[in-house]
Write a protein of this length. Structure first.
Length: 633
């Protein structure tokens, strides 16, 4: 009984020990897996959710989080564009929420209007075209680039010639988000702009947003002039609005008061000329301005590229010109131009100016369709007091489209940063080809030079073997950065820079690999060599048929180390090969990380780890044999 009790106590202690070991191993595994999952989750993030630390991205679990990311992408990461379009006051994309009211029938009317109306290209912008904060490549920009490559070919130089662009490469391709509400920007008349407009017209409505001069008027002008508190606005204007939502931008100037001054200053100095129209009654003032500035019609024709017989033939512009002297003249006569000779100021009268925007087009369309606002309210289920109170339901329209795109949006956000990385390394230079050649040569020479050196030291007991081993150990004491500058100077003297020889030769023999191989070769039975020698085998036969055949595990370890060193060699590869044509994948990924956001950097690290992981998985059995066999011996 005492013996059985002693065995039971011993068995209990063994189980406790094993359990403790397994618990520690599990804890160690968790400490490794948790950071990996955090990085994996971080590789799918953008600016709106980059601060969230979670193993599973919230947008995969929550439609609200997905909606916030969608708005960020839809408005090209511009909060001003979102607030102007929705007439809102969100302080960040993290604060955005789905609309609480869904006027379904009004949304249908908006969709019907968009499908039938002739909307100018400058009136709307395409979403998912830029990500200047997250610094990644959104889906719209990728599709536009693909469309250009399909239309004009893969040669970026040829595309630059055809479209009038100056992109260095397809990886440097970008699109500037369109915003033609401020006075400072005008659409370009280039083939690239035409291609962009063609692409915009092909996009689904849920991926477009329409510029709102009214939202721009309230956000960029009124709220900055009178503060965001409607109380101050009411006090100065003698009104009783409950919020800025009740304030609207009139099509024409109010008759009197501070509201008229606001409208006039906004129209003449702030709003883009694209949204302005002048009545024909302003034609005498416009012609008088041209006559005062140019003196004779010949000078006008030279500057405007026209052929008028006299100033009386000059018509009133239907739309403002997009460029040139004509645009400058139109801007001058809208803002006000003083004749330096007579001192007279020429300016389109305020009462002859009007705003032409998507809001007024939509209101006119509804007025024509329903006749009066009572009929509209009954048919659509709304309660507007007048047509001027109608605001295009863009937020509800976008939310309705969002509900049908949730699956595709999740796929886009999960893969977007990885597509950016793969696009960059697949089409940027010869990074993959150079890396494959470099790693292949590094592994090949590591399996030739190091085993030969170790075999010689193992087979022939030289008196200086100990000193040689000590020297090999000393080479491991210095980090590679210490020798990079001397190696660079030596290779430059030999004129080997920007070659594969420069990458391979300095690391041809590895002290650690030779030391490791010699120890393994020493463990092989000496009788095998004696028997082979008696049978007449040459030294090469003994090396190749006996030593190398029995050393597969340790050779796999050496090969894996050589591959890892070559594959991850960034600083040395950049120093020795400064020509972009010789850059390896790691150098290209470093360049990508310099110009990309944190999420793209995470994605690039994970993509870069794939080849090493695959090779380790394929070689793990052989490597384990290399660990276990020597221990068993």
């Amino acid at each position: 009984m005492p013996i059985i009790s002693s065995i039971g106590r011993r068995s209990w202690k063994v189980r406790l020990l094993l359990g403790s070991i397994y618990a520690l191993l599990l804890l160690g595994g968790v400490t490794m897996v948790y950071p990996f999952l955090i990085m994996l989750s971080g590789s799918t993030k953008s600016a709106v959710d980059l601060k969230d630390i979670d193993m599973v991205p919230e947008f995969l679990r929550s439609d609200d989080a997905l909606y916030r990311k969608h708005l960020e992408g839809l408005f090209n990461e511009s909060l001003d564009a979102l607030n102007s379009t929705y007439d809102s006051d969100f302080t960040s994309f993290e604060m955005t929420e789905p609309p609480t009211v869904m006027p379904a029938r009004l949304v249908d009317e908006w969709a019907s209007f968009l499908s039938s109306a002739s909307v100018a290209d400058y009136m709307y912008a395409c979403g998912y075209m830029a990500a200047n904060v997250s610094r990644t490549v959104p889906g719209g920009a990728r599709e536009f680039k693909t469309a250009l490559m399909r239309e004009y070919g893969d040669d970026i130089e040829e595309v630059n010639d055809l479209l009038g662009t100056d992109f260095v490469s397809w990886n440097a391709f970008y699109v500037v988000p369109e915003n033609y509400l401020p006075r400072v920007t005008m659409p370009q008349r280039t083939r690239f702009a035409e291609a962009l407009n063609t692409f915009k017209r092909s996009r689904p409505g849920g991926m477009l947003y329409y510029h709102s001069p009214e939202g721009f008027f309230k956000r960029q002008y009124l709220k900055s002039l009178y503060s965001r508190d409607i109380g101050e606005y009411n006090k100065l204007h003698g009104t009783a609005y409950r919020s800025y939502n009740e304030v609207h931008l009139p099509r024409v100037a109010p008759k009197t008061g501070l509201a008229r001054q606001d409208w006039e200053l906004f129209v003449r100095e702030n709003l883009n000329l694209l949204w302005l129209r002048a009545d024909k009654a302003a034609l005498p003032e416009y012609r008088g301005f041209l006559k005062a500035k140019y003196g004779d019609v010949a000078a006008l024709n030279r500057n405007h590229g026209t052929s008028y017989a006299s100033f009386d033939d000059v018509p009133m512009m239907e739309e403002p010109p997009f460029e040139g002297v004509a645009l400058s003249d139109w801007s001058a006569v809208v803002s006000g131009w003083r004749d330096p000779d007579t001192g007279r100021e020429y300016r389109i009268p305020t009462d002859h100016l009007r705003i032409h925007s998507i809001e007024f087009m939509f209101r006119d369309w509804l007025r024509e369709k329903y006749g009066d606002v009572a009929a509209l309210n009954e048919a659509v289920g709304v309660s507007f007091s007048g047509f001027d109170d109608i605001v295009p339901p863009q937020q509800a329209y976008h939310f309705k489209a969002f509900q049908t795109m949730r699956r595709s949006l999740r796929v886009e956000f999960v893969t977007r940063n990885y597509r950016t990385v793969l696009d960059y390394i697949l089409f940027h230079g010869r990074g993959i080809a150079n890396t494959a050649i470099y790693c292949t040569l590094a592994v090949l020479f590591a399996l030739i030079v190091n085993p030969l050196a170790a075999y010689a030291m193992s087979r022939y007991r030289m008196p200086s073997t100990y000193k040689i081993l000590l020297f090999l150990m000393l080479t491991m004491a210095f980090p590679p950065m210490v020798t990079q500058i001397p190696v660079f100077l030596m290779l430059r003297k030999l004129q080997l820079l920007n070659t594969f020889a420069a990458l391979i030769l300095p690391g041809l023999a590895n002290g650690y690999a030779i030391f490791l191989l010699k120890g393994f070769f020493d463990s092989l039975p000496r009788e095998l060599y004696e028997s082979a020698s008696i049978d007449g085998a040459s030294e090469w036969t003994m090396f190749w048929r006996i030593t190398m055949s029995l050393s597969t595990p340790i050779l796999s370890v050496v090969a894996l180390n050589a591959f890892t060193a070559a594959y991850s060699n960034f600083m040395y590869a950049l120093l020795i090969c400064q020509d972009e044509k010789m850059w390896t994948m790691m150098v290209w990924l470093y360049q990508l990380q310099e110009r990309s956001g944190q999420a793209v950097m995470y994605a690039s690290l994970l993509v870069a780890a794939i080849p090493t992981f695959v090779i380790f998985v394929l070689c793990q059995k052989i490597i384990m044999r290399g660990i276990v066999v020597p221990v068993e011996k």
